[in-house]
Design a protein around this ligand. Structure first.
Ligand SMILES: *Cc1c(COP(=O)(O)O)cnc(C)c1O
Length: 497
């Protein structure tokens, strides 16, 4: 330890440390601002093995003594090779450029360090969260009985929704909260549903085959008549449908399941309908495309990811329920935290912890609140409209290019395609797709994703940047074709050899 720099005297955020606080925050902001302003590609293209080495060379037992030095080190170990979602050629996953208003709010939430579990840790922050939840529920079209809670992401929101659905199904079917009960439960979803639905059934103790796949139509939307047939089959087998999970904006194709018809089937069968709108939830802010969510108010529960189509930083998600009473399934009272209270003075001091699967919880609602107060919902919707338009324009480009094949017209803001010039062997096209994604990632000049659809590997562009132009995407498609051509040729050479 002798050659280490002197450790800094701990600077806790006390009244005499506000100067340190201002300096540290300014340094952090300046660091990010400089990098954002100068990023000329989404990723540096740095050799991943070299990065691993740079990181492992840092000795966490030898403090540097100052925020300035640590931030300097962070540039080389992380920031100079961070992935920049604001870059116009970042077209990979459901990450968005973030609103500056929400970043200011996040800085407040971190520094004040509010925890949302009980009123005596959050005070008015509880009311702010409840108001954002109520506002979102109203946008969905739920009535005054609705409620909900912020979570860390769509995965957690789906987990909570399915937890409520499981308890509800057991209660209604008179089944025990035990394996004998769980074993009879089934969840109905399509092959386009998010993997977190499957994951949730596992953590909820359901059987490995608990998720029943509902067939889809030619555009990969859930088929309501097929759903009804599946429900009939479950009834014949004396199995209990715990929930139907419809997706409003599937992760790959962005398709919205036919919510009105699905809801009608669910209502007739008395089955919980969960709508996973992690991706499509932003449509609630769009004046032009709001109608695509028609029927979402018929859901029993809804997942919304503010950190996808609402241009908010990670993490910000919520699970909403049509009937707030459903949240009783996760309610609990701990003597040290939220005992049952009878004192009337406590009536205006609600504790959120009894509605959540988390205890200590960040004040993530604040960033949504702040963006609604600064920009407003219409401005968020207009940015989403822009990327939906862009997806249409990009799909046109793909359709017009004889080397490329479009999977289907975009439903939201993703475009799936394959590099498949005349006479390409399908397996070869799969291999080329994988190779292209990896080579682009290693170069850092453009980032795109891949997925599997109908048994084939597809390249995928996720468009969430309202500044990305069709020319930006054209340049990426040209790069994709150049790299793919090169991969295809390398393969031919190897075959010839
Ligand atoms: C992204 C996504 C999720 C998971 O959300 P996280 O915030 O990443 O946990 C769930 N469902 C759908 C449809 C998604 O697109």
């Amino acid at each position: 330890m002798s050659d280490a720099a002197p450790a800094a005297v701990p600077s806790l955020l006390f009244e005499d440390a506000v100067t340190d606080y201002r300096a540290a925050m300014h340094l952090a902001v300046d660091t990010v601002a400089d990098l954002v302003a100068s990023a000329d590609r989404p990723y540096s293209g740095a050799d991943p093995a070299a990065l691993t080495q740079t990181v492992s060379a840092v000795d966490l037992d030898r403090p540097l003594g100052s925020v300035e030095a640590a931030l300097g080190e962070l540039r080389s170990v992380w920031l100079d090779s961070a992935v920049w979602f604001h870059h116009p050629r970042y077209l990979s996953h459901l990450n968005c450029p973030v609103l500056v208003s929400s970043l200011a709010a996040d800085a407040l939430a971190s520094a004040v360090n509010t925890s949302m579990d009980t009123w005596d840790q959050s005070a008015a922050a509880t009311q702010l969260e409840r108001q954002v939840v109520a506002w979102t529920a109203q946008r969905i079209g739920f009535d005054g009985r609705a409620d909900g809670i912020f979570t860390s992401g769509g995965t957690a929101s789906n987990q909570q929704a399915l937890t409520l659905a499981r308890q509800d199904a057991l209660e209604r079917a008179g089944l025990p909260v035990a394996p004998e009960g769980f074993d009879r439960l089934r969840v109905l979803a399509t092959d386009q549903s998010h993997f977190s639905v499957n994951l949730a059934t596992r953590t909820l103790g359901l059987r490995p085959d608990a998720v029943v796949t509902v067939p889809t139509d030619e555009t990969h939307r859930m088929e309501p008549t097929a759903l009804r047939a599946q429900l009939d089959r479950l009834a014949e087998a004396d199995l209990v449908p715990m929930a139907v999970v419809a997706t409003a904006g599937t992760t790959d194709l962005g398709v919205v399941d036919p919510l009105v018809d699905v809801a009608a089937v669910c209502a007739a069968a008395g089955v919980w309908l969960h709508v996973d709108a992690a991706y499509g939830g932003g449509l609630l802010t769009s004046r032009r495309h709001r109608g695509r969510l028609a029927g979402i108010h018929l859901a029993d529960s809804v997942t919304i990811d503010f950190h996808k189509t609402w241009f908010q930083p990670v993490a910000a998600s919520a699970v909403l329920v049509r009937d707030g009473a459903a949240l009783r399934h996760v309610a609990h009272h701990a003597d040290y935290l939220n005992p049952v209270r009878t004192d009337p003075r406590r009536a205006a001091m609600p504790d959120q912890v009894g509605k959540s699967l988390q205890t200590t919880r960040r004040f993530d609602a604040l960033k949504v609140w702040t963006s609604l107060r600064v920009e407003g919902a219409d401005a968020i919707g207009a940015m989403l409209d822009r990327v939906i338009d862009l997806a249409g324009e990009v799909a046109d480009l793909v359709e017009d290019d004889p080397r490329l094949r479009l999977a289907q017209r975009p439903a939201l803001s993703t475009v799936l395609f394959r590099f498949e010039p005349e006479g390409t062997d399908p397996l070869e096209a799969d291999r080329v797709a994988d190779e292209v994604v990896t080579r682009l990632l290693l170069a850092g000049t453009a980032m795109i994703a891949r997925t599997r659809l109908d048994g084939q590997v597809w390249l995928k562009l996720t468009l969430l940047n309202p500044r990305t132009s069709v020319d930006d995407v054209r340049a990426v498609l040209d790069e994709v074709c150049a790299v793919a051509d090169d991969c295809a040729r390398t393969e031919l050479l190897e075959v010839a050899r």
